[in-house]
Design a protein around this ligand. Structure first.
Ligand code: ATP
Ligand code: MG
Length: 247
């Protein structure tokens, strides 16, 4: 397992159980380096979303420690955790999760507004640059329902980046998109995070999506089974098959 001195996420012996019978994660030790783009793969039920939720502080670990942006979140209270998440973490979900009654600009500014303040001049400039860069410059006053799925996901990416998070978590960000919009969204996620130096942890089922990552972590039964660098989608498909028990 890699141990980066400047890990943005550090999981050490993390397990997550639901009730008596379900072990969603079992002894996961994993570092994610600053600026690294990591894909999490594995079959349905292997623990991908659980890993993301526990690493992002959306859910608590049953055992082990989780260090997020240098802070041991297993020792934080709810309020501190919510604050850390809001300031240092961006989320992108399959279903976009935009607010339908707000326009595009308002959606992107939302993480700052939720902090109880107005965007600073620097933040406004950053947001404007992000929106232009994501090809949404002509759409700022439109509502999400007026945009295509790919465009809505780009708004969600701009929103996730608005507060300069240490890390962006994306759970199946292309799951609701056709191939062309998927490629477009992935390229944008890859390029903007590379240029701005953000770490990304992306859960995906799609080998073509995972092929853009610097690193791919394969889960099975709540455990890390393989941890690879950047490999082709064919190699990823083969690695996925190797995880499956032979029926
Ligand atoms: N809130 C919960 N209560 C009980 N069991 C849960 C809960 N959330 C997840 N699980 C179980 O934990 C295991 C891992 O679930 P998880 O959602 O992390 O899988 P996943 O890899 O994201 O799957 P998918 O690809 O289908 O999204 C599964 O067996 C699931 O049924
Ligand atoms: Mg999932």
């Amino acid at each position: 397992m890699s141990t980066s001195p400047n890990a943005v996420i550090r999981l050490d012996g993390v397990s997550k159980r639901y009730g008596q019978n379900v072990t969603a994660l079992s002894g996961v030790t994993l570092d994610v380096g600053a600026g690294e783009f990591t894909a999490i793969m594995g079959t349905s039920g292997s623990g991908k979303s659980t890993l993301m939720h526990v690493a992002a502080g959306l859910d608590s670990a049953t055992e082990g420690t989780v260090i997020l942006d240098g802070v041991d979140i297993t020792s934080l209270g709810d309020k501190q955790l919510t604050e850390l998440r809001r300031r240092r973490v961006g989320f992108v979900f399959q279903s976009f999760n935009l607010v339908p009654t707000l326009n595009i600009l308002e959606n992107v500014e939302l993480p700052i507004i939720l902090d109880g303040r107005k965007p600073s001049r620097e933040e406004r400039d950053r947001i404007r640059t992000l929106i232009d860069r994501l090809g949404l410059g002509a759409r700022v006053s439109h509502r999400p329902s007026q945009l295509s799925g790919g465009q809505q996901q780009r708004v969600a990416i701009a929103r996730a980046l608005a507060r300069k998070p240490a890390v962006i978590f994306a759970d199946e960000p292309t799951g609701a998109l056709d191939t062309r919009s998927s490629n477009d969204v992935l390229a944008i996620l890859r390029e903007t995070t590379r240029d701005l130096g953000h770490s990304v942890v992306m859960v995906t089922h799609d080998p073509a999506a995972a092929a853009i990552a610097d690193r791919i972590v394969f889960l099975s039964d709540g455990q890390v089974r393989a941890d690879r660098g950047n490999i082709s989608s064919d190699e990823i498909s083969r690695a996925m098959l190797a995880l499956e028990p032979v029926a």
